[in-house]
Design a protein around this ligand. Structure first.
Ligand code: GLC
Length: 734
């Protein structure tokens, strides 16, 4: 069901028509203009490159002075009163936001309120696990609830628009932004996208505890060549439609009210002036009715891309492609009027763009309710209910990768905790922490203290701090369990954080080897924003817990798992490589004519094992599950898989059942496995449940060479199991 039509309310459309009829061209263009805390340049390029553009005459001197020098946008209030600004981003002070809204409502000629956007990606004050971690819960209710809480806290600050969810499929962990998405799988990312939109927006945007969501970055940003942020995406149309577009379609169908264009080009056309993407796909195919905002400065960046002659050309091409709100490049506010005078843009086009923007403002009921009650923050933000939800989400996001029985911890006399990350609550907040603060968070050390655990701690090494061997030797003396913290700092993932080598940095691997030599049992706890090649950690640790960047309640949640109060249920949504050089690496690859195998002449790297370090869907529990009696049935256009799953251990647990499909024979080669269903199943020790999952036959299709979506007849293999390597299968024929 496509909820885009919920944005079209007849009573609002009539008001929009009336308002547009009263607006001047300048006031209409003002609605397209989004200003940041400092109207930083059309693009973040070096001074030398800016001067080169100046020298080449591709920007004027006053443009250079005004924009590239990074001046703050002068006289924000004066420009709001003049109707020159339609929205702001990254203003964090509700008092300032109320002041700007008051100017817009009372001093501008028509009293049009402002959209105030911020990246509330995984929390506002109460910070939830980074999306890549939360996706490992495989729980749409968790995805939705954290978005709902984040929206509620954001509104208490006057933020009415979040630049989230990020729904880029990420297959290359050298790309730091894998941290912000749901991982390498299209199906899971699509479910994540819809859940996030519903959590942020609810079913009525006029509710003052909801915010406008924004599906970003449209599109194929995760396909950046070599995992280098902002790099080109050179992919086939089939890959675009089969891998990268479905999560955006899911967000649109869920009613998302805004889209954000990506920085990258796709096959040579920058997303920010890509008419195929912004009009043919988004408007004509998806039926999207909300507004399209460019990413920060990305309209001006088309100058650097090289498919526009100057900033006026940038404005022309982006606007005609379908971009409507210009985030901080100021190309629209500088040139749209001239382009209309010259006939390159029609008044009707301008009215349509303004209509989409006003539609979002009316949906939020901002004309009636533009201000924020400044007293709300005190009781809403970081309240116990929100902290409890953050702790629960964190527990459900940490993935148990190894365990020889040392976990859960019982009757250990001398527990020693090592590494700087153990006591860095701020580092737990991850890449987009909005107003989250370390001093409101819980580190692992604090979590152990909260639990009353008797332990000693030594920060004898860190991600960038060399090992203090003497302190290390002293600290572990007499220990009967060590908890070693390893990983990345939060600034090492997220935007502009691509690495050519994503292995553990500094002396961290040395620490793992020394601990192995010591003979003391140790648990490695990883804090990171991307899958990492950690073979040494896997081989030497007694247990490994992938704790990502779990947010405000990280320390409490990790202790819940380490001491057995919570039986870990999370499963990876990205493949862990053995070495960086395997990137991009993902489970749903095609077989090739030389399927990966023992023989030398097969599709593999010679210097790593055949299998990834950890596969997609992998994760351990304190119990084990057995699958049996799989049968499949085709009926009414669906395939039904029925099977038993049993908890064969001695503690209750929540299994994440996964369903994969393989199209055995098709006119285009198909992935060896594709996730087409998942389900959480709660099982007491010894309990067996019969489970039935269904897949619509229409979901088994792909795009032919001439881009027709087809479901070809023939045999399909259906796999059910604990992760993507399961060999429990049945065959059915379409
Ligand atoms: C950034 C990011 C985008 C974010 C925007 C506003 O450059 O690419 O994800 O929403 O700017 O902060």
């Amino acid at each position: 069901m496509n909820k885009q039509n919920l944005l079209i309310k007849p009573e609002n459309e009539a008001k929009i028509d009336k308002l547009i009829s009263e607006m001047t061209i300048d006031e209409k263009i003002g609605q397209l203009n989004q200003v940041g805390p400092s109207a930083l340049g059309a693009f973040e390029i070096t001074l030398e490159e800016q001067k080169a553009l100046l020298k080449a005459g591709r920007i004027t001197k006053e443009e250079y002075e005004k924009i590239f020098s990074g001046q703050k946008w002068d006289n924000e209030e004066e420009n709001v009163a003049a109707g020159k600004i339609g929205s702001f981003l990254a203003i964090r002070h509700p008092e300032k936001i109320n002041r700007l809204q008051k100017v817009a409502m009372e001093e501008s000629r028509l009293g049009i309120p402002l959209l105030i956007g911020l990246d509330v990606v995984h929390g506002m004050n109460t910070i939830f696990p980074i999306p890549l971690a939360e996706a490992c819960s495989w729980d749409v209710d968790v995805y939705k609830e954290s978005a709902r809480i984040s929206a509620k806290e954001a509104r208490t600050h006057g933020i009415n628009w979040t630049f989230a969810p990020m729904v880029d499929v990420g297959r290359d962990s050298r790309w730091g932004r894998v941290a912000e998405g749901a991982g390498e799988d299209t199906y899971l990312t699509s479910k994540f996208a819809a859940a996030k939109v519903e959590g942020f927006q609810g079913d009525d945007l006029s509710n003052s505890e909801r915010v406008v969501a924004c599906a970003k970055h449209f599109a194929a940003y995760g396909a950046a060549i070599a995992g280098r942020d902002y790099n080109s995406a050179d992919i086939s149309l089939q890959t675009l439609w089969e891998t990268y577009l479905p999560p955006f379609k899911a967000a649109s169908d869920a009613g998302v009210a805004s889209f954000m264009t990506a920085f990258n080009d796709i096959n040579g056309v920058p997303c920010s002036n890509n008419k195929y993407l912004l009009t043919d796909v988004l408007r004509d195919n998806f039926g999207f009715k909300g507004l399209v905002v460019s990413d920060a400065g990305s309209i001006g960046e088309c100058l650097a891309h090289g498919n526009v002659a100057d900033r006026k050309d940038a404005a022309r091409k982006s606007f005609n492609a379908g971009a409507e709100v210009d985030m901080v490049s100021r190309c629209f506010v500088d040139y749209i009027k001239e382009l209309i005078d010259e006939g390159d843009i029609t008044l009707e086009q301008l009215d349509n763009a303004v209509r989409n923007i006003l539609r979002v403002k009316f949906a939020l009921n901002l004309f009636e309710n533009p201000y924020v009650d400044l007293s709300l923050r005190e009781t809403v933000c970081l309240c116990d209910e929100h902290r409890a939800a953050a702790r629960d989400a964190a527990r459900r996001s940490a993935v148990l990768l190894e365990n020889d029985g040392v976990l859960p911890i019982k009757n250990k006399k001398k527990i020693v905790v090592l590494g700087e990350l153990a006591d860095m609550a701020d580092e737990m907040l991850g890449t987009w922490a909005a107003l989250g603060r370390g001093d409101e968070g819980v580190s692992l050390v604090q979590g152990l203290k909260n639990r009353g655990v008797d332990f000693t701690y030594s920060a004898c090494y860190g991600v960038e701090t060399p090992l203090d061997r003497e302190a290390f030797d002293t600290a572990i003396k007499g220990a009967d369990l060590v908890i070693a913290t390893l990983g990345e700092l939060r600034r090492m993932s997220g935007e502009a954080s691509s690495y050519a080598d994503i292995a553990l940095q500094g002396d961290q691997i040395e620490v793992v080897k020394l601990l192995k030599e010591s003979g003391i049992p140790f648990v490695s706890v990883l804090f990171n924003g991307r899958p990492m090649p950690i073979p040494e950690v896997k081989e030497n640790s007694n247990a490994v817990l992938e704790a990502w960047h779990l947010g405000t309640e990280a320390g409490n949640a990790i202790c819940d798992i380490l001491f057995g109060d919570y039986n870990p249920s999370a499963r990876l949504t990205t493949t862990f490589p053995n070495k960086t050089g395997e990137c991009p690496i993902y489970y749903n690859h095609v077989p090739t004519g030389r399927p990966r195998g023992e023989i030398r002449h097969s599709c593999k790297h010679l210097d790593v094992p055949l299998d990834p370090l950890y596969p997609f869907g992998y994760g351990l529990s304190y119990t084990e599950y057995a699958y049996s009696d799989l049968s499949v049935e085709l009926k009414d256009g669906k395939v039904y898989a029925t099977f038993n799953v049993k908890n064969i251990g001695d503690v209750a647990g929540e299994e994440t059942v996964q369903l994969y499909i393989h199209d055995v024979l098709a006119s285009r080669v198909r992935p060896v496995r594709e996730l087409k269903g998942f389900k959480k199943v709660l099982l007491n020790a010894g309990e067996t449940k019969s489970v039935t999952m269904e897949v619509d036959i229409n979901e088994l299709g792909f795009y032919s060479m001439n881009m027709e979506y087809v479901v070809e007849k023939g045999d399909f293999e259906l796999f059910i199991g604990h992760d993507s390597t399961t060999d429990l299968k049945a065959v059915f024929t379409v």
